[in-house]
Ligand binder design. Structure first.
Ligand code: SRM
Ligand code: SF4
Length: 556
């Protein structure tokens, strides 16, 4: 095994300690030791460098401009005003003056210097949040539909999501020793009852969806729970397994997959289901090939029936037959809604999850002022937006005025296309980006909007997602229009996913520049405008057309 093989680094790390303390103390460099850059991920930290200046620095024989991305976990996206203020303070004093909401309902900070890592993590800890397992080969931030229509079902589903998140959090005390300067509790290395010494073969992701919303894209996850409501109460969950988005260009052995339904469990069985599936993946996931190590491939390779048997053997119980449910969409529902307890929720649009103050809108300041009111909760959404939740009637007007004053009311003016779009971070921070995403999509959407207008489709809600590479961080394969970065200015174009996130799209164009993307879309939108059936969604129309054509034509 090579020195940098992730499996051997994990094994030799003494439960994720490695030489992180030495790396942090080394004032001669702004970077961590190589092996520690792998271990830091388990602590929610990625070493990055500014890709905008990378080439120029290399030419001048300068070391890369290192800084760090920190990801803070927010199970179910639920965050108190006090926690929001702490995140805001880190963003404005220790990071790059922006707070980034992610596609998994977490916070990210970019541009943090090595010496500011510890103060940042300590500030996160002081408000009872953490970054442990936000990244790395463990279970990640557990997602949950943030604002459903049935509040009783929601309360119980969030509690289940929270419980499972807690249950699957690594037990190692390394996080507290390294970042919080806490003494090691016992003499020997600590135990990881669920993960063991080598943790999981790869990242693992869990989501809870509350129909009719599928905002979490439940079938994109290794393990999913679909809440089943009966008589206004939570009866339990349909369990889905083996979803994932990641792929590699030119490698047909890697591909996005939708999760399949395994059965139904009660709310009391959720932790046992989670633990059993995680340990099956721990023991059967492919540790020899990280590109084939996700649970989706374990399920594909062994089959659903094998998984069911292995599950029953380990769990000691069988899942019940799945129940029926219906999804309508995978987007966010903007504006004010009232819950069954009389409290109000306001869902706000944030462009690609990036909150900052600009000369046009002081969104960071606005949300800080709202947090200072100390009412309700913040809820991060799976579409990179934020909701102000549980606002009492008496505070509604004040909150409303603050959002208008700070340009947080964009959802009232923007096109349905824009409100259903998202892009991953990509350049300049993401080390894997091949093309722009977050910095480019807003402009491109303007040109898409012009096309829609031209075909009389101006008000049409169509999901658009862009990523800077095929890893799938904005779940682009579940967008009606998906753009996947191939090279600077070049994208693969995917069309035809279902508006409710239950069907993947298919690739219709490769390595396209903007002109080719626009002309292909122009043609498709023209056909859609003239030939669609009543109420037919764009993704459904494209799929109907492609499946009526010959396979060759469909993939031209
Ligand atoms: Fe992701 C790697 C950003 C959600 C699949 N992802 C990365 C890294 C850490 C790049 C790296 O490894 O160096 C990116 C950091 C960029 C930066 O500068 O911030 C990154 N991923 C993101 C975020 C911030 C995108 C966003 O714009 O919001 C999302 C953070 C989620 C969170 O809070 O935990 C994010 N990533 C996702 C999702 C969507 C989801 O989970 O619902 C996926 C697809 C689902 C899946 O996992 O199958 C996703 N990210 C990946 C992959 C491909 C994994 C695979 O199976 O092949 C990588 C690369 C890897 O793991 O090797 C990756
Ligand atoms: Fe980076 Fe690719 Fe993920 Fe975008 S999809 S954040 S470019 S890894």
């Amino acid at each position: 095994m090579s020195k940098h093989d992730v499996e051997s680094i994990k094994t030799g790390s003494n439960h994720l300690r490695g030489t992180l303390l030495d790396s942090l103390a080394d004032a001669a460099t702004g970077a961590l030791a190589d092996d520690d850059t792998q271990l830091s991920k388990f602590h929610g930290i990625y070493q990055q460098d500014d890709r905008d200046t990378r080439d120029e620095r290399r030419k001048r024989f300068l070391a890369p401009d290192h800084s760090f991305m920190i990801r803070a976990r927010v199970p179910g996206g639920v965050c108190t005003p006090e926690q929001w203020l702490a995140m805001d303070a880190i963003a404005t004093t220790l990071a790059n003056d922006s707070l980034r909401l992610t596609t998994r309902q977490a916070f990210q900070f970019h541009g943090v210097l090595k010496g500011d890592l510890k103060p940042s993590l300590q500030a996160i800890d002081r408000v009872l949040m953490d970054t442990l397992a936000a990244c790395g080969d463990v279970n990640r931030n557990v997602m949950c539909t943030p604002l459903p229509e049935l509040s009783a079902v929601h309360r119980d589903t969030v509690a289940a999501a929270d419980g499972l998140s807690e249950h699957l959090t690594p037990a190692t005390t390394a996080y507290h020793e390294i970042w919080m300067d806490r003494e090691k509790v016992s003499g020997g290395p600590d135990e990881e009852p669920i993960y063991g010494k080598t943790y999981l073969p790869r990242k693992f992701k869990v989501a809870f969806a509350i129909p009719p919303q599928n905002d979490v894209d439940v079938q994109a996850h290794d393990l999913g729970f679909v809440a089943i409501e009966e008589n206004g109460a939570l009866a339990g969950f349909n369990v889905t397994v083996g979803g994932g988005m990641g792929a590699t260009h030119g490698d047909p052995a890697t591909y996005p997959l939708l999760a399949q339904v395994l059965g139904f469990c009660t709310p009391e069985q959720v932790n046992a289901v989670g633990e059993t599936i995680v340990t099956i993946q721990r023991d059967f996931g492919d540790r020899g090939n990280r590109k084939h190590a996700r649970f989706k491939y374990t399920v594909e390779d062994h089959g659903l029936e094998w998984l069911r048997e292995e599950f029953e053997r380990r769990a000691g119980f069988a899942l019940a037959p799945p129940r029926t449910y219906h999804f309508t969409d995978n987007g966010d529902r903007y504006g004010w809604q009232q819950g069954d307890d009389g409290l109000w929720h306001l869902l706000l649009y944030i462009q690609n999850g990036r909150i900052r103050d600009t000369e046009h809108a002081k969104q960071l300041t606005g949300l800080r002022e709202i947090a200072h009111l100390g009412v309700g909760e913040f809820r991060l959404t799976p579409n990179q937006n934020v909701a102000l939740a549980k606002i009492p009637e008496a505070e509604k007007d004040t909150v409303d005025a603050l959002t208008r004053e700070h340009g947080l009311d964009a959802h009232e003016q923007l096109s349905a296309l824009r409100l259903n779009a998202m892009a991953c971070v990509a350049l300049p921070t993401c080390s894997l980006a091949m093309a722009e995403a977050e910095r480019y999509l807003p402009d491109l959407l303007g040109r898409f909007e012009a096309l829609l207008e031209r075909h009389g489709l101006g008000g049409e809600a169509i999901t658009v997602r862009m990523t800077g590479c095929p890893n799938g961080c904005a779940r682009p394969y579940l967008a009606e229009i998906g753009l996947v970065g191939k090279a600077p200015g070049r994208y693969n174009l995917h069309l035809g996913a279902a508006f409710d996130g239950t069907r993947l799209n298919r690739r219709v164009g490769e390595n396209m520049d903007e002109r080719q993307i626009l002309s292909t879309l122009d043609e498709w939108l023209g056909r859609y405008a003239s030939q669609r059936e009543a109420g037919e969604r764009f993704g459904d129309f494209v799929t109907r057309q492609l499946t009526n054509e010959t396979p060759e034509a469909a993939h031209a």
